[in-house]
Ligand binder design. Structure first.
Ligand code: TXA
Ligand code: MG
Length: 339
């Protein structure tokens, strides 16, 4: 597949991206979480191209990105329940940033974006390139992560250009993503919020603001949303058990890893450096942080999974960490990639 065009995200390139989006084309864009595959969220044909390009099931809705809380208000229905305005006010204090809020839309968002759901997932990103792009566009931007459906999310412009090819008119290169994991997704409830996807805004951050944070269980069926009932909205989109997988089998150290016959067949990813003698036994090796810093682990995780996948090795073995703070989001992605 021919790679798509990448341009450093200068003002001129951002202006070109805005023009392409207005023409109904797709553009790869940097955000503070991961790279997105952007389209004009009000253009049904453009939004349909996102699904075709990613190979994404049509009943899996997209996140709508806007430049401010005021613009977000145009797409949500605030009076659906008497507690919604309170939850909204608290949640939007995390904006701009890596938090997506699921709200009733009251018919204000096209069905190609919501996939027939009565709710819309909405976010004000903080990345300066994405903000500049949103300011130039007189429409909101629909954008899933810019990977083929079920593959690892992209955190570098090259990841987008290599995997999605010419359907993407342009990829804006804004450098590596700061968070490296997709946004936290929450849904307001009568008692607080539900955490649908852990991310950079942690359960602890949310607990401080909302008091109660519920975590619904992941759906066990890895095939959910594929095939059968694509006309039916997903019960809990974003919660598929299997997601983000590299093509090679991935194991967590000490849990499920098979005894490798030969360590040279193993690509080993650690969260802090191994002693050189130990590291050199593996066929491929990378540490995600020099000092075991989990923010760095998150930032470098997806690029390492992609590179390990492209190595000569047969399987990948990765470290684990405590499932709290940003560690919850890191282990959530690794758990899903292992299944
Ligand atoms: O960080 C991010 O969120 C990135 C950047 C580009 O913003 N986007 C992203 O989009 O990760 P995507 O489509 O790869 O993941 C969004 C998740 C999907 O799992 C989808 O099912 C869920 O959000 N989602 C979208 N609309 C929803 C809704 N109305 N209710 C519940 N979940 C929803
Ligand atoms: Mg995704």
């Amino acid at each position: 597949m021919k790679a798509s065009k990448i341009l450093p995200a200068s003002e001129t390139a951002i202006a070109e991206a805005a023009r392409l989006l207005a023409e109904g084309r797709l553009v790869g864009i940097p955000t503070e979480t991961v790279y997105g595959l952007a389209a004009d969220a009000t253009n049904p044909d453009a939004v349909r191209q996102i699904f075709a390009t990613k190979g994404r099931p049509e009943n899996n809705p997209l996140i709508v990105h806007v430049e401010s809380i005021d613009s977000a208000l145009r797409y949500v229905q605030m009076d659906a329940t008497d507690w919604l305005a309170d939850r909204w006010k608290r949640a939007t204090e995390f904006w701009p940033g890596p938090l997506t809020i699921v709200m009733p839309h009251g018919g204000k968002v096209i069905r190609e974006v919501t996939a027939g759901s009565e709710t819309v997932a909405i976010r004000v990103p903080s990345h300066p390139v994405m903000r500049s792009l949103l300011e130039r566009c007189p429409f909101p931007i629909a954008a899933p992560s810019a990977n083929r459906s079920n593959y690892v999310s992209p955190t570098r412009a090259e990841h987008v250009a290599e995997s999605l090819g010419e359907n993407v008119a342009l990829v804006l290169d804004g450098g590596p993503c700061g968070w490296g994991l997709e946004s936290t997704i929450i849904r307001p409830t009568a008692t607080g919020v539900e955490l649908l996807r852990p991310g950079g805004i942690t359960a602890e951050d949310l607990k401080r603001v909302f008091g109660s944070v519920e975590m619904p269980a992941a759906k066990p069926d890895s095939g959910l949303g594929q095939g059968k009932a694509e006309s039916v909205p997903m019960a809990a989109p974003g919660m598929l058990a299997k997601h983000y997988s590299p093509s090679k089998p991935l194991y967590q150290i000490g849990v499920s890893a098979p005894e490798p016959g030969c360590q040279s067949a193993v690509a080993r990813i650690t969260f802090s450096p191994l002693p050189p003698a130990e590291a050199s036994a593996f066929g491929w090796y990378r540490t995600l942080s020099e000092h075991g810093d989990l923010r760095e682990v998150a930032q470098n995780l997806f690029a390492a999974l992609r590179d390990a996948d492209a190595s000569q090795c047969d399987l990948i073995i990765i470290d684990q960490c405590e499932r709290s703070g940003i560690g919850q989001a890191i282990m959530d992605r690794i758990d899903r990639a292992c299944r």
